[in-house]
Design a protein around this ligand. Structure first.
Ligand code: UD1
Ligand code: MG
Length: 466
């Protein structure tokens, strides 16, 4: 089976003109005081058009190599290319590498020729004698390279998982290992393991509480969580990329708050947020290209590669950009889905291989998928499920007695995912409406989170950090 792989004429011309415009902008940044942020935006445009074309061109090659999947929520369950996230990840990594000279070359120029930066200029003699070289931002380059290394490692894991379906218990720790380069740089560069204590707790803990090595455990856990939580909030067209895009756009918005002309300058957080933008803008570029192919009705699947990769981009970005707590606010739907899934993930109740919603071929709508309990559940678990049912947090079916069965025995329940819960609440709906609803939730929670972060922070902390 083959899918259409050629680009339409309109697509060719649009992608070509976008690429040319971006190349022109890049060429322009080479002259004079080139702005790396402008270059990053241009690179993101190139990242978008390259991924868009490559996703289309490589589809059949992926299918031939066995990277394919059946879309279970369609009447005609055709096979479409899977693991297209690998294409995006490759384009992304290449773009990030080619981008290196822009931000770092500029710093060299400032340090060696005094490119307009007055406080550097007065020490020009030192530059000539070479003693000023420490101004070359080794630390920023190290952060950047460690981010690249962590991301490459996670992409390897993702591709391995898409190839061999690695067992959950084997793959769960890998993001933490992938995070080591970045954690070491964090240690050398900042070494800040203190947390600002909310005002009400200050009498007990003091203003700053040093978590010590636990801080590194926290950051490693954040990488594990971030990478895996996107992979389990999955199973309908567009949801994996969609949620990642919403999160990325919200982080960019948050970065912009620190970089806008109205923000106080120079601000200690400016550089971190600029760094965050350099990592995120190309990510938005490649993800947008993927979403256009993965949105309902999907022409490609993203694969686990994309989910791990996206999660790791956020973890790296949040940790090296110093806003890991803000990041957690943006991942609240993922956190909820993870906690809600826990009974199935830890096998307190059976967990089927797939928990994606059930497609009803007669209506064309998605309904919540169910897990059947062939054997009676332990009493406390059964009671807990019934309680969740009464709280409308689960849809539990009980036996009505007869046929020698105990009346009220729990025979089935909806699967424990946010996606199924949405269907329990709002009833069956078409796949794209379901995805849109969940993305709206993601955006709403994120905007609220950022609002709370910046407005209410003053209530529980003494000052907002910008
Ligand atoms: C995770 C979920 C699993 C869910 C699956 C769907 C947990 C513990 N695991 O498993 O419950 O069913 O993701 O991605 O929560 N597919 C579709 N339509 C889509 C996306 C995927 O039909 O829009 C199907 C395709 O057959 C595709 C397969 O899901 O080939 C991909 O599943 P995979 O990513 O391998 O599942 P897991 O990540 O292991
Ligand atoms: Mg998956």
């Amino acid at each position: 089976m083959s899918t259409s792989t050629s680009l339409t004429t309109t697509e060719v011309y649009s992608l070509l003109s976008l690429s040319l415009a971006c190349v022109a902008i890049l060429a322009n940044t080479l002259q004079g005081d080139g702005n790396p942020l402008i270059a990053s935006i241009a690179f993101s445009g190139i990242a978008f058009s390259s991924s868009y074309a490559l996703i289309r061109w490589l589809g059949n090659a992926f299918i031939r190599r066995g990277f394919k999947g059946r879309d279970m929520s369609k009447t005609k369950q055709t096979e479409i290319p899977e693991t297209m996230g690998a294409v995006c990840a490759m384009v992304y990594l290449f773009v990030l590498i080619v981008f290196i000279p822009w931000p770092f070359y500029k710093d060299i120029v400032v340090a060696t020729s005094g490119g307009g930066n007055r406080d550097v200029m007065q020490e020009l003699e030192l530059v000539e004698t070479g003693r000023f070289l420490h101004r070359f931002p080794h630390n920023k380059l190290a952060s950047y390279l460690s981010a690249l290394l962590s991301l490459q490692t996670i992409v390897l894991l993702g591709i391995g998982d898409d190839l061999f379906d690695i067992r959950w218990r084997h793959k769960v720790l890998i993001p933490a290992i992938a995070a080591i380069p970045m954690l070491i740089v964090y240690f050398v560069d900042f070494g800040v393991t203190k947390m600002v204590v909310p005002t009400p707790l200050r009498p007990y803990l003091g203003a700053l509480f040093d978590l010590g090595w636990l801080y590194y455990v926290y950051m490693a856990l954040l990488s594990i969580f971030s990478a895996n939580s996107i992979n389990i909030l999955a199973g309908i067209n567009g949801i994996e990329v969609g949620q990642s895009l919403v999160i990325a756009v919200l982080i960019v918005f948050n970065d912009a708050l620190y970089l806008s002309p109205f923000a106080p300058y120079p601000h200690p957080a400016t550089d971190s947020h600029l760094f965050s933008l350099y990592l995120l803008l190309p990510f938005i570029g490649v993800s947008l290209a993927l979403l256009m192919h993965n949105w309902f009705p999907a022409r490609v699947f993203v694969g686990d590669t994309y989910c791990y990769f996206a999660g790791m981009v956020f973890a790296v970005d949040g940790i090296l950009g110093h806003f890991s707590k803000t990041l957690i606010l943006l991942l609240l739907p993922q956190a909820f889905n993870f906690v809600y899934s826990a009974p199935q993930l830890f096998h307190l109740v059976p967990c089927p291989r797939h928990r994606l919603p059930r497609f009803n071929a007669r209506t064309g709508l998605l309904e919540c998928s169910r897990v059947e309990f062939d054997r009676p559940l332990a009493r406390p678990i059964a009671e807990a499920l019934k309680l969740l049912h009464r709280l409308r947090l689960l849809d539990v079916e009980t036996h009505d007695g007869g046929e020698g069965e105990e009346k009220g025995r729990v025979v089935s329940s909806s699967n424990f995912t946010l996606i199924n819960l949405w269907l329990v609440w709002f009833g069956p709906m078409r796949e794209d409406r379901l995805a849109l609803g969940l993305l709206a939730l993601q955006a709403g929670v994120g905007v609220l989170g950022l609002f709370v972060r910046h407005r209410m922070a003053l209530l529980i902390f003494t000052q907002d950090n910008w």
